[in-house]
Write a protein that binds this ligand. Sequence first.
Ligand SMILES: Cc1ncc(COP(=O)(O)O)c(C=O)c1O
Length: 428
Amino acid sequence: MDHFQHRSGRLHAEDVDVAAIAKQVGTPTFIYSAATLTAHYQRFREAFAPIDPLICFAVKSNANLSVLRLLGDLGSGMDVVSGGELHRALEAGIPAARCVYAGVGKTAPEIEAALRAGIGSINVESEQELETIATVARHLDRVAPVSIRINPNVDPHTHRHTTTGTRETKFGIDAERVPDVFASVRDDPAVAVTGLHVHLGSPIYETGPFVAGLTRMLELAERVEHDGGTIDRLDIGGGFAADYETGRAPDAATYAKAICPLLADRVRRGTKVILEPGRAIAANAGILLLEVVVRKTSGRKTFLVCDGGMNALLRPSHYDAFHFAWPTTVPPSLVPTIRTERPELDGLEVVDLVGPICETGDFLARDRSFPPCDRGDLIAIFATGAYGMTMASRYNAMPLPAEVMVDGSDFRVVRRRETVEDLLTHER
Ligand SMILES: Cc1ncc(COP(=O)(O)O)c(C=O)c1O
């Protein structure tokens, strides 16, 4: 599934011993694998080839310019949700026409920047936003390409914080109101509303919710066309699961098998399909490398305190998310064969992996079966290439981690580690 494997008991990123990266770059450091990013992108391309979609990588999952450039060179477009993300995508050389722009709170200046750049589609999330888009487009004397993000009221069976397509979340426009919204702008020359968009939430471990959301979207497309409108693109969003735990996530081919047949007819009739995977491409393409700073006990608990915690990787504390973690150097008998909470290996102990932040909620893994470790040891947190660095913070005045890209036997720093001086930059 990815190119982070122990070889003779030492963790390698592709052909690079990660201990060599730690020695040169320090910790905490996110390490990305170019080969894994490429393979996961290609897997989506191949699986969905029958409907030839535009794959728009979700920049919110990993916004590093080198990651965006790599995917852009493979043909990827970008799914952005802010002026800042669009700026990054453009800076990475992605044509604006290959970018789609969602988000519930786009400001007029952000919309103006997107239209000036030549954005492929603005995925509108409310009637008021549509008014703003029309006003800005009129002012610029441009026609805004718009898709309507529908809220289909489909439960993706995932964490409540990342559920976006059920009634009474803040996302999209209730499906029942969508035909009226189309009708309201049909004669407005400032906006070309010719697309539909849906994103249910993430990660979604079943194909059923995708099928339900898509079915709702297809019904609406028919209805809009029946009323005299045009639909030339359908954006089915992201939320495809990553391989956080061995054997749990469906692969791209499984999703494609359920989704492609539903869209084949429309694609034959000229509709463009857009996908917005983020984590399914980037999560397994990254690890977070940490050093154990302190080993301590409290009551019956053993803590390994690392040099990065919720400040570097928020997902465990924010979503109770599972990330497999393992020391980078282990005896051959402790090389993990599957990534799970309790690998069936002899000689493990139960520990909490925590960070340095002054919160009891600052943890990376709790009650985890783990090889014996002590201060100075290096630990890898797996599947952190998505929603790792993009959600990292400077809480407790912690400088942001470094980011490294590995390609075969080479590696380079693609974002240098912040310093404590960097933290003061904007206050002077
Ligand atoms: C509109 C939209 N598209 C795509 C994504 C990407 O989700 P994932 O990284 O789970 O594929 C998100 C995630 O929040 C989203 O909000």
